[in-house]
Write a protein that binds this ligand. Sequence first.
Ligand code: COA
Ligand code: AMP
Length: 636
Amino acid sequence: MDAAIPSRYAATYAAWQADPGGFWAEAAKAIDWVTPPKTVFDPSQGAYGRWFPDGVCNTCYNAVDRHAASHPDRVALIYDSPVTGAKKTFTYAQLKAEVATFAAVMADLGVTKGDRVIVYMPMVPEAAIAMLACARIGAIHSVVFGGFAAKELATRIDDCHPKLIVSASCGIEGAKVIPYKPLLDGAIDLAVAKPEHCIILQRPQVDAQFTPDRDFDWEALVTRARLQGKQAPCVPVAATDPLYVLYTSGTTGKPKGVVRDNGGHMVALAWSMGNLYGIKPGEVFWAASDVGWVVGHSYIVYAPLIAGATTILYEGKPVGTPDPGAYWRVISEHGVSALFTAPTAFRAIKKEDPNADHLKRYDLSGFRTLFLAGERADPDTVVWAEKILGVPVVDHWWQTETGWCIVGNPVGLGLLPVKPGSPTVPMPGYDVRIVDEAGHDVPANTMGSIVIKLPLPPGSLPTLWQQDDRFKESYLEAFPGCYSTSDAGFIDDDGYLYIMGRTDDIINVAGHRLSTGGMEEVLSSHPDVAECAVIGMADSLKGEVPCGFVVLKMGVNKTPAVVEKELVQLVRDKIGPVAAFKLAIAVQRLPKTRSGKILRGTMKKIADGTEWSMPATIDDPSVLAEIEEALKGRSG
Ligand code: COA
Ligand code: AMP
């Protein structure tokens, strides 16, 4: 990118501000509609209005069929799996055949428009095929990340009542093979809302046991449908119909079912591929995430395909599969133009290969940009990545709720100067403000709550799955007229935003969003625990890791070490390994204010080894010394 070329960002953002309806109407032309929308935005519908309310469309058609028609031999999806040695390429025509066949299989099992389908799968092409097949027939998919335990899966089953669950016999995490079927069976046992059927992809590493009449083999069903020549057509849906529900951590153990619509989602993603990521049709875009997260939904599956680009589905890690050169291998082998990952992946690579010696083995001359998101991009990591790669490193900030970037550096419009530590400037559609507790704008460089003036742009959530009231309470009530992001930060004199942390109990562990409140619920359920607090503790690799403090009940006749071990296992069993909960510390008391509020903020500062001062409201100052003492020599 030539820094001398002025960015078109300011003019583009101003054009949106001057005429939001006109701006999104123009962007909507990138989509093939069954019935083009006459109305761009209707403020009278939904909680804050709805986008393209009279448009009719199909997301699978836009992601697959239209490209299969105009450039069938272009590669749509590359599956690269260093953990199994498999590599497979699907052209748009081949992807269409796979998706249409699997859509017919689901339709044969009675799945129709509006039905929910849970996809609980590892990073295999069948996961993307299942998602697209749902979109094809108007079914609503809900992908559940493989690192969650049976109970978390059960909670999601009970919330969205799937007719069908699509899963696999196992996932492969680095060197570990993780059987999925026992987790799935456990979840269905726990759930009240039982699915009618399950389709299981048998992988060679593990042979899953089937429940007769309920479970079917993916390969057998697909082979039969192929022989019968069955292919399901794209079903027209309203632009406002849900495409998917994706659960994300809320402030309690009960996750929030973020709803994504069809029309606005496509428009926003199509706009972002060219203008934010600078990707043209036919170029290779790689989001090294997981289909279980929003990044996987938006930028492994939907956006690159809607844009007619080539996407990579990578079943591996940044390190250990087999070495810290894994990312460079994939970039050079598949001609990747832009990579999108979480900073934690780069911290992992830097830790194992600080001089980037592995990079020397590969030709990255076609690689243009690194995008980071999902957690704070620490300036050290940004600067290191920039130095070794010699390309712009673009931090950008967004949330599961928004579905695409809120604040970023629009490479496609011309890169703005990078300030390490800042994700740069708001994208069109987002009027980002920093406000004080009363909701008043604060001056530049002043910390406050980050809010987005309503309406949210296309692509952002219209509501939570069947919980309109929870949606309003969680996001719209704290600052009337605005969406509350639950992030805090400031905007500098140049209009650059800085994200300083969450204002709620969400923590970010290796780019994974987790609720400490949910972990506290699990610890409290242990019979020996009287009270507890979980905080996020700074970690040089994962950004943050959870740390639990527990006060044991009187008369517990186990040693604290035994209970601590049980608690670590309990969180793993109830939430899953992804919680990375490895540290529970038994203490005599928890530090509290005189009104009984646990001083989690001060505990975090002590655990992080950062400067802290005695809170004026503390009930008993000596408790903090006990916490400091208890932390000595302890780490996850
Ligand atoms: N299925 C089952 N288990 C999973 C899983 C999955 N899909 N994903 C992770 N886990 C398990 C891991 O095996 C690990 O288990 P362990 O406690 O038995 O070791 C645990 O969950 C924690 O996983 P993670 O936090 O990812 O730690 P890690 O040590 O395995 O890997 C990184 C650390 C940095 C290499 C890894 O997090 C990574 O590649 N991050 C890249 C960025 C990313 O994916 N971000 C997502 C949002 S964009
Ligand atoms: P998720 O919904 O999993 O994408 O997590 C969203 C949260 O991750 C945000 O609310 C932020 O707290 C954090 N986050 C995401 N991207 C960034 C970023 N670029 N910088 C700082 N924090 C980020």
